[in-house]
Design a protein around this ligand. Structure first.
Ligand SMILES: *Cc1c(COP(=O)(O)O)cnc(C)c1O
Length: 386
């Protein structure tokens, strides 16, 4: 039986669990490091929690189901997931990566992966001819869509066709939309990355990261790597993310509705020179997203007339929190220049369009009138010089 995505957030398809764990509806937290063996050469299926833990395994099954993968891996943060992913590559390998990525991914690639002998071509995958950058050492294409923070939208299916033609891995960081709105594996990707800290966890209370694949060979390599390197998600954190996922659908719908209203409101403001939200019909990626996603998400980026206005907004917000991160129930405003993208060299940042006037909003699930009222008050104060 095919089940819907909201049901998948609560139940695993075709899994007979009645009677297990005393019928517990909330999956138990197996707070154990190790497991006793029934006898020599025998195992309960669990040996040591670095390798596998029942709570983490349950969460991994949920993620695999949400992304239509054959397996998923839960790591201690999004960056731990991407770091593990990079272990699939060897010195001399070349990767084509989106130019506009989460700042931490850029920092990892430039400072760690390059040191380990991997080379990168950073290009705007949404508008450049990816094929032109492929050489005999190219092993993978790494994209985000929409990108963080400039919300560039890449046609996943088109890039997947190129990846298939040259036998490259297509890796998609799907954090911004979550599996609720987009499933890159269905569009031809080989590996999906998530910062589970964001929409999946959803409550700004825990870090987590995921890799999901639909390829048997990659699954085996990743299982070996997680066992060997040891950044698997802890049992309690796994449980927090499991709890978060139960409400993924209603949170995403509500946050997206709020985001669209705020985007429309921001567009009317004199202090705002540009609003970048893929849910607006004028966004260049709007039509592609209508084809490849089920929604537009709740992240939006906007430009102010001046740096002073941007800083004044950050100083004045109260209900909206001035904080890094995204995808939680609380609305957060971020200054990419000094926060998420501070370690990205200024020239790269600016060529991506991130300036001192750029603010990023992760819209939460508050009453949207209250969010707009706060912004209205702040904008009025700025305009009247208070
Ligand atoms: C936050 C984020 C990451 C990193 O995840 P952490 O859980 O913070 O380590 C990776 N990619 C994207 C798109 C993100 O927003």
């Amino acid at each position: 039986m095919e089940i819907g995505i909201n049901t998948k957030c609560l139940h695993i398809e075709n899994e007979e669990t009645s009677g297990e764990h005393f019928g517990a509806i909330s999956y138990p937290i197996y707070q154990t490091a190790t497991y006793a063996h029934p006898g020599v050469g025998q195992s309960t299926g669990y040996d040591y929690s670095r390798l596998q833990n029942p709570t983490r395994a349950h969460l991994e099954r949920v993620l695999a189901s949400l992304e239509n993968g054959i397996d998923a891996f839960a790591l201690s943060s999004g960056m731990a997931a991407i770091t593990l992913l990079m272990e699939l590559f060897a010195p001399g390998d070349h990767i084509i990566a989106d130019a506009d990525l989460y700042g931490g991914s850029i920092r990892l690639f430039r400072n760690i992966s390059e040191k380990n002998g991997i080379t990168f071509s950073s290009i705007d995958c949404y508008r450049e001819n990816v094929e032109r950058y492929i050489n005999e050492n190219t092993k993978a294409i790494y994209i985000e869509t929409p990108t963080n923070p400039m919300m560039n939208v890449t046609d996943i299916d088109a890039v997947a066709k190129i990846a298939q033609k040259y036998n490259l891995l297509l890796i998609v960081d799907n954090t911004f939309l979550s599996p609720y709105y987009q499933n890159p594996l269905d569009l031809g990707a080989d590996i999906v990355v998530h910062s589970g800290t964001k929409y999946l966890g959803g409550h700004n209370d825990t870090l987590a990261g995921f890799l999901v694949t639909n390829r048997e060979d990659i699954r085996e390599k990743l299982r070996f790597l997680i066992k060997t390197t040891g950044a698997g998600l802890a049992p309690f954190d796994s449980w927090l993310v499991l709890r978060g996922i139960k409400t993924l659908g209603i949170r995403m719908e509500r946050a997206q509705k709020n985001a669209l209203e705020i985007a429309k409101w921001l567009k009317q403001q004199r202090l705002v020179t540009k609003v970048i939200y893929p849910g607006l019909p004028e966004h260049p990626g709007h039509e592609i997203m209508k084809r490849q996603a089920r929604g537009f998400g709740a992240m939006l980026t906007f430009q102010l007339q001046s740096k002073e206005f941007a800083l004044a907004i950050l100083e004045k917000v109260r209900l909206i929190k001035f904080a890094e991160s995204l995808g939680g129930v609380e609305t957060l405003i971020t200054y990419p220049t000094s926060q998420t993208h501070a370690d990205v060299p200024r020239e790269i940042r600016e060529s991506n369009g991130i300036t001192d006037e750029t603010l990023r909003l992760s819209v939460g699930i508050e009453d949207v009138e209250d969010l707009i009222t706060e912004l209205e008050t702040i904008f009025r104060e700025i305009e009247t010089g208070q």
